[in-house]
Design a protein around this ligand. Structure first.
Ligand code: RUB
Length: 317
């Protein structure tokens, strides 16, 4: 190493993120930060410039895994912008310290956000959940810890069925869960007090990019006058959208939709598998963050305050 080569744990983490063994924006952020720390400690770079080059190479490898989850580049920005020092030890120490700080903030952010989200909930409420978001679960867990009784309707969330993870977690917490296929959501909305979803990315105009199916659910919730809440740490804000950047929507393999066996006889039919969609701000009642609750249209102000000076791509330098 020392010549832009990445260590095994960076490669392993990148593969695990790409295969969705590590998934969800917060988990991706933590794994990314930890992999950068591994790179800093494993590198045998001979001088500070070589170590910086190894770290940027590691960051590029990680960045290439999932294009839509902005927590990943925001993590890279946080750590690489704090990388400093004139010798190898100093650069290494600065990265290790930045990663510790980052992981600490991540832990606090989720529990602070949970408290804000729990304030929206009262005993007897039924919440509909889509996909698996640890930020959403933090809101529900905090409300339960406060003694509020909740029930949940959980959507399966095709094609990867991450709704199973949410349903199992809520069942462990003794929340009565009704598990439904995605197409049943509209029929169940009249039994629901709030829809809670997470986010992978929130743009400067308050658009919420989250697991495919979120936008349709938000439109249905608006149609039925059901509160639609997005639980998302400010780490999900995309600072590149402050200057016109667009969020690319990841497309994954057709085999996630139909297995090779199911595909027999379908081979001339194109299968599309977009992973995320865009929910417009007008369908979102509130964005719950660790810094409080915001109408989506006001996110731009907070985004500028938090990320104004950090919109670059330090892994490309
Ligand atoms: C997961 C997903 C989650 C967000 C938020 O998508 O869309 O709602 O990532 O998760 P995938 P969290 O399964 O493709 O990663 O609140 O845990 O950060």
């Amino acid at each position: 190493m020392g010549d832009g080569e990445v260590c095994d744990s960076v490669t392993d983490t990148a593969k695990a993120i790409a295969r969705m063994e590590i998934r969800g924006a917060a988990a991706i952020a933590e794994a990314t930060a930890t992999a950068l720390r591994e790179q800093a400690t494993a590198s045998d770079a001979g001088d500070a410039a070589a170590l910086r080059s190894d770290l940027r190479a590691a960051a590029r490898r990680l960045h290439a895994t999932r294009p839509t989850a902005v927590s990943l580049p925001n993590t890279l920005r946080y750590v690489l912008n704090r990388m400093n020092g004139d010798d190898v030890e100093a650069v290494r120490d600065s990265v290790v310290t930045a990663v510790e700080e980052f992981c600490d903030r991540l832990d606090h952010a989720q529990s602070d956000l949970g408290t804000v989200g729990a304030n929206r909930l009262t005993t007897g409420d039924t919440v509909m959940a889509h996909c698996h978001s640890t930020d959403v679960l933090a809101c529900l867990e905090t409300a339960l810890d406060q003694g509020k009784e909740l029930s949940a309707i959980v959507k399966e969330t095709r094609p990867r069925k991450q709704g199973h993870l949410s349903a199992r977690r809520l069942d462990e917490l003794d929340v009565p869960v009704t598990f439904v296929v995605d197409s049943a959501a509209y029929s169940y909305l009249n039994e629901v007090d709030h829809v809670f979803v997470g986010a992978d990315t929130i743009t400067a105009d308050g658009t919420v990019v989250n697991k495919i199916g979120t936008a349709g659910l938000a439109a249905s919730a608006r149609n039925r006058n059901v509160n639609f809440v997005v639980a998302a740490q400010t780490l999900k804000f995309d600072p590149e959208t402050l200057s016109g950047g667009r969020v690319d929507i990841e497309h994954r393999a057709p085999s996630e939709v139909l297995s090779d066996e199911q595909r027999l006889g379908f081979d001339t039919i194109e299968i599309a598998n977009p992973t995320f969609d865009r929910t417009p701000a007008r369908h979102v009642d509130a964005v719950v963050t660790e810094r409080g609750q915001f109408p989506p249209e006001s996110i731009v102000t907070l985004m500028r305050e938090l990320y104004g000076p950090e919109t670059g791509r330090p892994w490309e330098e």
